[in-house]
Design a protein around this ligand. Structure first.
Ligand SMILES: [Zn+2]
Length: 55
């Protein structure tokens, strides 16, 4: 898990950046669940599933 702070609303957002299968990965965008600001993107085969730790 990684954490990033939203530059727009200041929320601390935690997201999943782990990847299980090699070779099946793609870039997934991570947006702030609070204000929908684009935060980052992760290279994963899953879904980053971002959620707010602290507003
Ligand atoms: Zn935000």
């Amino acid at each position: 898990m990684k954490r990033v702070q939203c530059p727009n609303c200041g929320a601390i957002v935690e997201y999943d950046d782990k990847s299980v299968w090699e070779g099946n990965r793609d870039f997934e965008e991570v947006n702030c669940p609070n204000c929908d600001e684009y935060l980052t993107r992760v290279f994963t085969d899953g879904f980053p599933n971002p959620h707010i730790i602290k507003k």
